[in-house]
Design a protein around this ligand. Structure first.
Ligand SMILES: Cc1cc2nc3c(=O)[nH]c(=O)nc-3n(C[C@H](O)[C@H](O)[C@H](O)COP(=O)(O)O)c2cc1C
Length: 190
């Protein structure tokens, strides 16, 4: 599966098979994460892999009891070392680049997981304080996302995307004209 195909195929998966995920695949996903672009190449992201049932249960409670958090065999807490990015970029680093870096790495993980036949869900709704305690983050490391990973037990309904609603040419509001080929079904996989 090439990169574009994985991007277009990826959907949030919230039901998982009771089937373990191979350590090698988790390693590939983490490799994709640390190959993401990062501001100044500081690589302030940190990733904590969680498989332990008690820890997963605690994270589930800290994440509004979203069932997929408990069901997924593997969770990855994506965090950023704010001190590392502050040293390089001050407030802009802390307030913006840390989040952008973590988001780029998170998306890489989702795409890599899709290409390996796995399902994922990006979890943003959780208590940062509680998750920090559960996985032992030091004070300067902020948890920014949780990724659930497992073999999918659902096929989400077809996603309707209207690229023309979001994309402009030259100035905001002037429609970008997609070529027929770019938006054709063969490229959409949805
Ligand atoms: C920043 C962010 C936070 C999100 N938080 C959650 C979440 O807490 N729970 C959840 O089920 N999905 C969460 N999602 C997934 C979105 O709901 C999902 O990406 C969106 O509905 C589009 O569906 P798709 O991923 O299948 O394309 C989050 C996505 C992003 C980017």
């Amino acid at each position: 599966m090439d990169a574009l195909e994985a991007i277009l195929r990826r959907r949030s998966i919230r039901r998982y098979q009771d089937r373990p995920v191979e350590e090698e695949k988790i390693g590939r996903i983490l490799l994709a994460a640390v190959h993401a672009p990062s501001a100044g190449d500081v690589r302030c992201w940190r990733f904590i892999v969680v498989r332990n049932r008690d820890k997963k249960e605690a994270i589930y409670r800290a994440a509004l009891r979203q069932p997929q958090v408990l069901q997924a065999p593997v969770l990855v807490v994506v965090a950023a070392d704010l001190e590392a990015i502050r040293r390089a970029y001050g407030r802009r680093g802390v307030n913006l680049y840390s989040i952008q870096d973590a988001a780029a790495a998170t998306e890489n993980m989702l795409i890599a997981a899709t290409s390996l036949g796995l399902g994922t869900c990006w979890i943003g709704a959780f208590s940062e304080g509680e998750v920090s305690k559960i996985v032992g983050l030091p004070p300067q490391v902020r948890p920014l996302a949780i990724v659930t990973i497992g073999y999918p037990a659902e096929t989400p309904t077809k996603k309707v995307v209207r690229p023309e609603d979001h994309c402009f040419s030259e100035v905001y509001g002037r429609r970008y004209e997609f070529s027929q080929r770019a938006s054709s079904r063969t490229h959409q996989h949805s």
